[in-house]
Design a protein around this ligand. Structure first.
Ligand SMILES: C[S@@+](CC[C@H](N)C(=O)[O-])C[C@H]1O[C@@H](n2cnc3c(N)ncnc32)[C@H](O)[C@@H]1O
Length: 275
């Protein structure tokens, strides 16, 4: 099944492994802290939507234990395994639920079972033009009292934090802007994250809560995402007017030891279905 045209990246591309790994190592600690705050009890039934390489699904499997269940779905589950062996650092070691892995298009297919005690989607809805309808689908798949956690990158300005000359700062800003423009042309909405709170309220969910997180990303940490994304999107970036020389200088800049830039802001919004 080819990756859908509405999703800007290709999970089968060589760079996808690194892309999903960088996202997981940069964002899993933040997601884990929200799951801890919300509470994921043993025996809970969870749906990880657009699961990518599955680290959050594996974390949930450890939290819910063998009495619970985790369904991990993705439009293209090429990089998704149900194994709990490489589960993230958060969560107790011990028996885990089986992770059920399914190819599933959340825009067009009904929820894969349910109702669920917890549904989590990270960096998914922002890519989907049908995001409002999908959010309603997710809210409708919660059991009464169940929790929905949606996490999205926001269009906050990124800047280089370490010493750099003005031309490097300008190049960084220009390439990042071009990446966001390409994502926008492919259906992404980088302002969606800050609208989720109102959307969840409008759907009748209660206890709606939003937190934002940004931090410095280093050349061997989160800033690698800039290098990887510029490779995955090289063709449309060149078509948009950037040159190969500019892309190569950008990649050298973000990979330079000592380089740090402000991360994308992650907007994490949670709510419960009224009991
Ligand atoms: C940017 S990745 C994020 C992966 C993971 N949630 C994370 O944060 O590490 C987005 C994921 O959503 C998946 N996806 C895109 N469109 C989808 C759809 N219509 N239904 C289900 N998954 C989809 C992609 O295949 C990809 O694995």
């Amino acid at each position: 099944m080819p990756t859908d045209a509405h999703y800007a990246f290709d999970n089968r591309a060589d760079e996808a492994v690194d892309q999903l790994r960088v996202l997981e190592s940069a964002l899993d600690p933040i997601t884990a802290s929200h799951l801890e705050r919300l509470g994921v009890p043993a025996g809970a039934h969870c749906w990880e939507v657009g699961a990518g390489a599955g680290s959050v699904a594996r974390l949930l499997a450890r939290l819910v234990g063998p009495e619970g269940s985790v369904t991990a779905t993705d439009l293209d589950p090429t990089r998704l395994t149900g194994s709990t062996e490489s589960a993230g650092s958060a969560g107790e070691a011990g028996p885990a639920a089986e992770v059920r892995v399914l190819r599933h298009d959340v825009r067009h297919e009904p929820p894969p079972g349910g109702p669920f005690d917890l549904i989590h989607a990270r960096l998914l809805l922002l890519h989907l033009p049908e995001r409002r309808a999908v959010l309603a689908t997710l809210a409708g798949a919660l059991r009464p009292g169940g929790v929905l956690l949606v996490e999205e990158f926001d269009r906050s300005p990124l800047s280089v934090l370490t010493p750099a000359d003005p031309s490097e700062r300008e190049l960084f800003a220009r390439v990042v802007d071009a990446v966001l423009a390409v994502l926008g042309e492919r259906g992404a909405d980088l302002d969606w994250g800050r609208r989720v709170h109102a959307e969840m309220t409008g759907l009748g969910l209660c206890g709606v809560h939003t937190a934002v997180h940004a931090e410095s990303w280093s050349h061997d940490g989160g800033a690698r995402l800039h290098d990887i994304n510029s490779r995955q999107l090289q063709e449309p970036l060149l078509a948009a007017g950037l040159t190969l020389d500019e892309l190569e200088r950008f990649r050298a800049l973000v990979r330079r030891p000592g380089f740090e830039a402000l991360s994308y802001t992650l907007v994490s919004t949670s709510a419960r279905r009224p009991a």
